[in-house]
Design a protein around this ligand. Structure first.
Ligand code: CDP
Length: 785
């Protein structure tokens, strides 16, 4: 625990999360809790087929059911030009299918009824006549010549290519490869996974026929951006749209896209004149909303025989499903995958990526990940481990030999990032020391002689979080900055309104701590408001660990601006010039006469009761922060696993995580973020599987098939930290929310591979199930690998 003092608990204190009191007592206010007078309920008819023409939709029986108010189809929406909508990646998506269905679970019609049970019953009565079409579930087959074109409604679309993109210097990389003594390659598939937040998606849309005002309570990680998109989709004037995103039961990227359900519920409320509520079931959430990953990756690392890395090539195929509907910055079609050079001083690199449309639900959301960085980090950390085996160099030492050195920052990577700060070796050495690396290596050899398998896996990741700056980062043209508005009241209490939107990360606590740090107002005196577009300044939302780097910075800057004004008021109160004052949180003191002071609370009162002559009254303001760069948190994770050769089962004995996210605002909350991420990373590495059969049926549509780890399976984590501040962030903080999901999968997989490496095993694709481990181990033994 950080030291607690009597002063305002600013940055660096383990302030208890203020939001937990209401959440733990069941007093949170989620979309599911919202009930409005006269409210109707909506349920969606979804396609059982992955690809089929729609010959007809029979709604007669459903409409006739008592309690049903309306059945809405794509044709109805077409009449209002609402059958298709733009996506946050600049594509289009069917709201309700008119011509065809393109994935299993696609929205075909909506039933609006007096209660949710009737709505669900009526869904069963809607008769849709489908004409099956060939199904494509493998992106590589979808990209092959002659494949059925899935998005045939798109003008100019003659194949299933959804994007092509590259970064880095292909010619320089070829030259680097020509100088190599060794080239290590890896083909690996990062499987489709799902963020699976505790709360599914939903909304209550309330369009007033009296005022035309649309109030939409919605599970949204990005309420302002969603408001703008709603204005564009529905043609409603933006000032008449209010999005309220109340308490959220997790998001992890799943609540970034705009889903058809939100749009249909809003259209239905507009047409019927009553509020309409729509809440997804778990299966609906798991089969139709933003999937992640689904990346086929080929990587090649060129090295000298002494271990010096020369160059890296990566080529990727991403499966984006039927609609490119996640949110990637428009310059970067494969997200920030080009961070794939990781923590290494690689002179040359080239990345090429192709996206494919397939008959699967839209994919590619940044599941607790900064736009595809998880996949990139996995590829480089797996490649480095295999290179170590190839060269017979210790994997830790191979990393140290190639790390970017502290004096090389700011460091420009061959694919175009400028890393802000880092000390990779320090984090690695601390992790090795904590885990007892040398001792473990000895134990591994001893156990092998006894026929037992122990593996040690390292991942030294670098993340890139906190988009923008505005020049490089936007979502459908909206620049990625963020904002904070701070109002200090006469009694010295404050309200902070922020553009970002917590989903459980604890912003109501940590953002108040930033105000406490900069302005001396205790965090318990600062109410943090978020998630209501009528009541907060514009922002791009919370995903990609961007809240601290952007909204946190905006908060620090506006607090500093108010402190500047407060200084002028204090000087007036103490009858000295501003230069004669010094700020010693939480008061202004006359230099050399510390007994002559005024507190920030005294100043706040004076701002409203006795401002200096000619000064505008009040103590409030807002700031839009355009970050000069991303922030680059990093760390080293070491997993130690025991593998049972007979069954292929593996158990995590230790997981040591050293994280560096610069200055920690609330170390306890940061630890919580890391524990959560390490758990999700473990789930992806060990057990999560969403597959599709040849007919496009989604296997993994419930928590029996799609496994979420419980306390029983979750390993124990040991966490450590180093602190390398970001030089450009006002308080030196970097984002951290996703570090552990990004960094840990490679550590777990590397550990299992390490246990089997002496048998020649070099790859097992995730999820690393006991069956796959057994097969790899036995296959090699039998000479089949
Ligand atoms: O955007 P998101 O909130 O998901 O990610 P983040 O900015 O990394 O922050 C996650 C949580 O950790 C927030 O409550 C932050 O205020 C907190 N945090 C912190 O206390 N210190 C840091 N250096 C980074 C984040």
């Amino acid at each position: 625990m950080a030291e607690q003092t009597d002063g305002p608990l600013g940055v660096g204190h383990d302030v208890k999360r203020v939001e937990d009191d209401r959440l733990i007592r069941g007093k949170g206010n989620f979309v599911g809790d919202i009930s409005l007078p006269g409210m109707l309920h909506m349920a969606l008819v979804r396609s059982p087929l992955a690809h089929a023409g729609i010959k007809s939709i029979g709604a007669g029986a459903a409409t006739a059911l008592e309690g049903v108010v309306a059945v809405v189809t794509g044709k109805d929406l077409q009449a209002h030009e609402l059958a298709w909508m733009p996506t946050l990646s600049g594509d289009t998506q069917a709201v309700l299918a008119t011509d065809k269905v393109r994935f299993q679970g696609q929205e075909v019609a909506a039933v609006i009824a007096e209660d949710p049970y009737t709505a669900q019953d009526a869904v069963e009565l809607v008769e849709v006549d489908y004409e099956p079409l060939p199904v494509l579930v493998d992106p590589r087959e979808a990209l092959a010549e002659g494949a059925t074109v899935i998005r045939d409604e798109k003008q100019g679309q003659s194949d299933n290519r959804c994007y092509s993109w590259e970064a880095g210097d292909a010619a320089a990389t070829e030259r680097a490869f020509a100088d190599a003594d060794v080239v290590v390659s890896l083909d690996t598939f990062y499987p489709r996974s799902h963020p699976a937040p505790l709360e599914t998606c939903g909304c209550v849309a309330d369009v007033s026929s009296a005022t035309g005002k649309a109030t939409i309570y919605m599970t949204s990680q990005a309420p302002h951006a969603h408001r703008t998109l709603f204005a564009m989709v529905a043609g409603l004037p933006e000032q008449n749209i209010r999005i309220v995103s109340p308490d959220l039961g997790g998001g992890f990227g799943n609540k970034v896209p705009i889903y058809p359900g939100y749009v249909v519920a809003t259209a239905a409320s507009l047409l019927i004149g009553r509020p309409v509520k729509w809440i997804e079931t778990r299966t609906e959430n798991l089969i139709s909303t933003g999937f992640a990953r689904d990346f086929h990756m080929h990587g090649e690392l060129a090295l000298k025989s002494d271990g010096k890395m020369l160059g890296l090539k990566a080529s990727l195929v991403s499966d984006n499903g039927a609609f490119y509907a996640d949110a990637q910055p428009s310059k970067f079609k494969a997200g920030l995958f080009h961070v794939v050079t990781g923590s290494y001083d690689l002179p040359a690199a080239h990345v090429s990526a192709e996206g494919a449309y397939t008959n699967k639900a839209p994919g590619g959301v940044a599941y607790r990940c900064s736009f595809r960085i998880t996949e990139a980090s996995f590829l480089i950390e797996r490649l480095v481990q295999n290179a170590a085996y190839e060269l017979d160099i210790d994997p830790a030492e191979l990393r140290v030999k190639n790390f970017i050195q502290p004096d090389q920052f700011p460091y420009r990577t061959p694919t175009g990032f400028e890393y802000d700060s880092g000390d990779y070796e320090r984090a690695l050495r601390l992790a090795l020391e904590k885990v007892g690396y040398e001792e473990l290596k000895r134990e591994r050899e001893e156990l092998r002689e006894k026929g037992k398998l122990l593996g040690v896996g390292i991942a030294s990741f670098t993340e890139a979080v906190g988009a923008g700056n505005h020049k490089d980062y936007d979502i459908v043209g909206i620049k990625m900055f963020d904002s904070a508005e701070l109002r200090v009241h006469p009694t010295g209490k404050a309200i902070l309104k922020i553009g970002v939107k917590t989903q459980g990360q604890g912003h109501e606590t940590t953002f108040a701590q930033i105000v406490a740090e900069e302005l001396g107002i205790p965090p318990e005196d600062v109410a943090v408001q978020h998630g209501d577009t009528d009541n907060t300044p514009y922002g791009l939302g919370t995903y990609a660990s961007r809240s601290t780097p952007t909204g946190g910075a905006a908060t620090a800057v506006i607090a500093r601006k108010l402190r500047e004004k407060a200084g002028k008021i204090a000087a007036n109160m103490l009858e000295v010039s501003e230069e004669d004052l010094e700020w010693e949180t939480p008061e202004f003191r006359v230099k050399g006469a510390p007994d002559r002071s005024v507190s920030i609370q005294d100043v706040a009162f004076a701002a409203y009761t006795d401002p200096p002559e000619g000064m505008e009254a009040g103590l409030e303001g807002s700031h839009y922060y355009d970050p000069p760069n991303l922030t680059f948190p990093f760390g080293t994770y070491v997993a130690v696993v025991e593998v049972d050769e007979g069954t292929g089962e593996w158990k995590v004995r230790r997981l040591v995580a050293v994280d560096d996210c610069g200055v920690r605002i609330n170390p306890m909350i940061v630890e919580g973020q890391i524990h959560g991420g390490l758990t999700e990373g473990f789930a992806i590495a060990a057990m999560q599987q969403i597959t599709f059969d040849e007919a496009g049926n989604c296997i993994g549509s419930n928590f029996t098939d799609y496994l979420v780890p419980t306390a029983w399976e979750t390993p124990r984590f040991e966490t450590e930290q180093t602190v390398t501040p970001s030089p450009h962030h006002p308080i030196g903080a970097k984002g951290v929310g996703e570090s552990a999901t990004v960094g840990s999968p490679a550590a777990y997989v590397n550990a299992v591979i390490d246990a089997l490496a002496h048998k020649g095993v070099r790859n097992i694709d995730m999820p690393v199930t006991p069956a796959k481990v057994w097969e790899a181990s036995e296959g090699e033994a039998a000479g089949k690998m």
